[in-house]
Design a protein around this ligand. Structure first.
Ligand code: G3P
Ligand code: CA
Length: 229
């Protein structure tokens, strides 16, 4: 039987519309994705905002660290001269359970606020834990989520070593590892899966690599061009 691969848009549909914006997320939804990956930071007034970098310089007309500005200050900025920086809640409202959401804890101290938002949407808006996977390169953030909410599906990001990611995944009862595709072989994909972990790989953009990842039997492919999956 052919395995079913989850098709996930990276930062929305980064290949088509400015990353991590509502418009990019809408584009990914238009493609009929199974999931969307976004990055979050905690801003100075305590809300989670969706942006990849720790600083504003590359993507917006602002400068300096995201974590130093309040939400109202961040809302005055433009992404690519056009779009607003969304909050995590605005992203959840747009997705509205139409697909899975992979929240990458990019910034520091994002664990508690993320648990709070996810729990609020589960309690009041009909979402379930299965609609989420919370991933990070930062072990400390993942440990914080693990200690505050044992039901949260966790994914261990790595661009270094699949086996080390598995070893850490065991300590926080993660459901998945999220390796860069360049780390993968058919053998280590099987090794991770045989130990009970899903293998969610990123950022796979060209057709040839997408096909190769499919032959490895990965569980999820995260792509800037989700329509290619
Ligand atoms: O979550 C997968 C991928 O987004 C991790 O790397 O740098 O694109 O956030 P980055
Ligand atoms: Ca990311």
């Amino acid at each position: 039987m052919k395995n079913v691969i989850i098709k996930m848009g990276h930062r929305g549909a980064k290949g088509y519309v400015a990353e991590n914006t509502i418009e990019s997320i809408k584009k990914a939804l238009d493609f009929g994705v199974d999931g969307i990956e976004i990055d979050v930071h905690l801003c100075a007034s305590g809300e989670l905002v969706v942006l990849h970098d720790f600083t504003l310089d590359r993507m917006t007309n602002g400068t300096g660290e995201v974590s130093k500005l309040s939400l109202s200050e961040l809302k005055q900025l433009k992404v690519n001269n056009e779009f607003l920086i969304p909050t995590l809640e605005e992203v959840l409202d747009i997705i509205d359970k139409k697909c899975l959401l992979n929240i990458e804890l990019k910034g520091r101290n994002t664990a508690a606020a993320t648990c709070e938002v996810v729990q609020k949407y589960i309690k009041t808006k009909g979402w379930s834990y299965q609609d989420f996977v919370v991933s990070s390169f930062q072990h400390h953030e993942l440990e914080d989520v693990f200690h505050s909410d044992k039901n949260m599906p966790l994914g261990v990001l790595t661009k270094a070593n699949v086996d080390e990611a598995i070893e850490f995944a065991k300590t926080i009862n993660a459901v998945a590892i999220h390796p860069n595709f360049a780390l993968l072989t058919p053998e280590n994909v099987k090794r991770a899966q045989s130990q009970g972990y899903k293998v969610n790989t990123w950022t796979v953009n060209d057709h040839e690599t997408i096909e190769r990842m499919k032959t490895y039997g990965v569980d999820t492919i995260i792509s800037d061009f989700p329509d290619r999956l």
